[in-house]
Design a protein around this ligand. Sequence first.
Ligand code: HEC
Length: 129
Amino acid sequence: MRMLLILLAGMLVGALIAFSAANALHQRSAWPRGVMNVLQHHLGELRSLQRRNDCTPARTALHFQRLAQTGADIGPAFADEKPDFHDQARRFVDASSRLGAEAPTSCQALDEALRQTGDACESCHLRYR
Ligand code: HEC
């Protein structure tokens, strides 16, 4: 009986430690995941504007600006990544800022801009994710 109680107490303590470790890991990655999910949101909005043939700069510029602003947090959010990771992040921000300042004026131009943006996401993911 006593052995059983000790065993149960050990299992309980083990479970608590595992739980708090998992929780700490989750908290730590909340910001980088948040940054990525905000990027995903604005890219999705741009794609849905394009699907609806609503490609005016008045509608799309905001989302490119948000991509640039949120992209500026990629570096700090992933502070311990390699230096060329930051180069890639900076290029993403520069390209998005340009599109935010001078958004495409036709659906065809938006199509090209979205392809480039999607490629920029993918090329970083292929290397670092
Ligand atoms: C400079 C590098 C870089 C760029 C640019 C980048 N990402 Fe990421 N992304 C990452 C890394 C690294 C991860 C893996 C994060 C992890 O698992 O901790 C990631 C993960 C993600 C995830 C999964 C998040 C989660 O909840 O686990 C999504 C969604 C995402 N990125 C979307 C995007 C979109 C959309 C773009 C472009 C608009 C983009 N990313 C551009 C580096 C980048």
